[in-house]
Design a protein around this ligand. Structure first.
Ligand SMILES: Cc1cc2nc3c(=O)[nH]c(=O)nc-3n(C[C@H](O)[C@H](O)[C@H](O)COP(=O)(O)OP(=O)(O)OC[C@H]3O[C@@H](n4cnc5c(N)ncnc54)[C@H](O)[C@@H]3O)c2cc1C
Length: 474
């Protein structure tokens, strides 16, 4: 064999393995091999996951080829090909397990645009790229559809992702950029004091036992709708404002529907409304996807806004018993949930200000809003972005807090009010009222398409995601 043939075989094998890995991932691991790969799409408890067995499976041909080449006279080609497979495995482990999933602690941060893109792309492989938002009546009749993200011509995709997976994306990014010690668990903020030089934050653990104070330059309170810091700054405010609607949020494993990446909103609040969309990208071995659904229903069951409060399917099943459409059997799907949580539709009135010297409020602590425009977390992210920009540019941190508030106050409060008066799902209300809650056949006979489009376009402008504004920002 020519001396160059071996190294070339080695390189060709490494390159070819990328194709093999793509095919194996797409059609084996997300097909019959999902039984092992599923563990990789769930939070890992401990050092290993069942998916690690693939390392052994892929190592087998490499070991066999090298053994055969060395001991069974198969020829040196087998050794070079076996070494190429092993080298690809090592590169894959370095990128996938070490860089992306941080299974070995390190401080490497992807800086080049290319690396950032492929690291994020891999993480978001756990998400669905949403194609469209479709509106239907509670009889399953089509009302309106609009493309989303890149399918609507935006430069950016829209993703639907399991909240737990999204938390992992955010936590990984914080660990990478700020260090693993940045996120501290079991610390409930119970109050903040400030003086001319800084702030002192007081904490208790889950049992209420006091923990050591933490001293800092400023406090950024992002402790959600029941914010302890907001309560300290506005002690007379009282509980969130309840408007007589509760949401039952569930995840069911179900067959893909419509495009496989469609968000659906259907019905209306007094007769039962539903928001439904897939949150796992590809069907599992049984052809099922994780489908997120939110049943919204008028009720007087006001309760404390607790993300983790369990809900009962029996409270909603009768309302949706006839929701059996040719594109989705909603009644059957909600009967098989992996989990159901109940949460009240609440917000808070806009505050007169967020910043008090060295303390400011961010996200839901500052401007909790009805989750009717898919915007609460987005507005919190815009807050964080503005805050970070001002913190690096302003003369001092208290000045940065003021500048952040000046930039975000009117815009975020505008979305709070818009979500009360005219959120995008107002399309469903208009149709519900015009049709008298009766089947209407063809939507064009009931209401002009332009009228429906004007509702969602108006919301995009207030929430700041109309295409012209976003593309201009770049
Ligand atoms: C059913 C539903 C659907 C939604 N859908 C969307 C959507 O599609 N798109 C969207 O953008 N938004 C959506 N939202 C809104 C979104 O979830 C919130 O706006 C977002 O989570 C707010 O983020 P945050 O970080 O400000 O607060 P949170 O996510 O509430 O986080 C607050 C954190 O602070 C912690 N905390 C609380 N009190 C303390 C304390 N005293 N000390 C220390 N830590 C504390 C909490 O444990 C929590 O981790 C939805 C909300 C609901 C209820």
């Amino acid at each position: 064999m020519h001396w160059l043939t071996g190294p070339l075989l080695f390189l060709a094998t490494v390159v070819a393995m990328e194709g093999v890995a793509y095919i194996a991932h797409r059609w084996v691991m997300h097909g019959p091999g999902w039984i092992l790969h599923e563990s990789h799409h769930r939070a890992r408890i401990g050092r290993f996951e069942a998916n690690d067995l693939y390392a052994i499976i892929f190592a087998a041909p490499s070991i066999l080829l090298i053994f055969g080449g060395v001991n069974l006279a198969w020829g040196t080609w087998a050794v070079w090909v076996g070494a190429g497979i092993a080298a690809y495995g090592a590169i894959y482990f370095g990128f996938h397990d070490v860089i992306v999933h941080k299974r070995i602690a390190h401080r490497y941060v992807a800086r080049s645009a290319y690396m950032k893109r492929i690291v994020q792309a891999h993480r978001l492989h756990h998400a669905v790229e949403t194609k469209e938002m479709n509106y239907y009546s509670r009889f399953g009749e089509f009302i309106f559809s609009e493309p989303r993200g890149r399918f609507a011509g935006y430069a950016w995709p829209q993703f639907s992702i399991h909240r737990g997976d999204f938390h992992r994306v955010l936590a990984d990014a914080v660990h990478e950029r700020l260090g693993p010690e940045t996120i501290v668990m079991n610390h409930r903020c119970i109050g903040v004091d400030q003086d001319a030089n800084g702030v002192t934050v007081h904490f208790a653990d889950a049992n209420g036992a006091a923990l050591p104070d933490v001293r800092g330059a400023v406090t950024i309170a992002c402790d959600g709708i029941n914010s302890a810091v907001r309560r300290q700054l506005f002690p007379d405010e009282g509980p969130p404002v309840y408007h007589g609607v509760n949401m039952w949020r569930g995840v069911s494993r179900w067959k893909p529907f419509l495009s496989g990446a469609t968000m659906v909103q259907a019905g209306w609040l007094d007769v039962g409304k539903m928001v439904i969309y897939p949150i796992s990208q590809e069907p599992d071995a049984d052809g099922l996807m994780q489908i997120n659904w939110v049943a919204e229903l008028q009720t007087s069951r006001n309760m404390f806004a607790d993300w983790n409060k369990a809900g009962s399917i029996e409270d909603i099943a009768p309302t949706y018993a006839n929701w059996r459409f040719d594109w989705l059997d909603v009644a059957a799907m909600i009967r098989k949930p992996e989990i159901v949580l109940e949460y009240p539709m609440v917000d808070r009135d806009p505050l007169p200000r967020w910043t008090h010297g060295r303390i400011t409020l961010v996200g839901d602590a500052a401007h909790p809003m009805y989750p009717r425009g898919g915007n609460g977390a987005n507005q919190a992210i815009l807050d964080a972005r503005a805050l970070a920009r001002h913190a690096t540019a302003a003369a001092d941190l208290p000045a940065a807090l003021q500048a952040y508030e000046a930039e975000r106050f009117k815009a975020a409060n505008g979305v709070v009010l818009q979500n009360r008066s005219a959120p995008p799902d107002a399309i469903l209300k208009v149709v519900h009222e015009k049709s008298g809650d009766k089947p209407f056949g063809n939507i064009d006979d009931l209401i002009p398409r332009e009228e429906l489009a004007a509702i969602t376009d108006g919301y995009k402008r207030v929430a700041g995601f109309d295409k012209a504004t976003l593309q201009a920002k770049g």
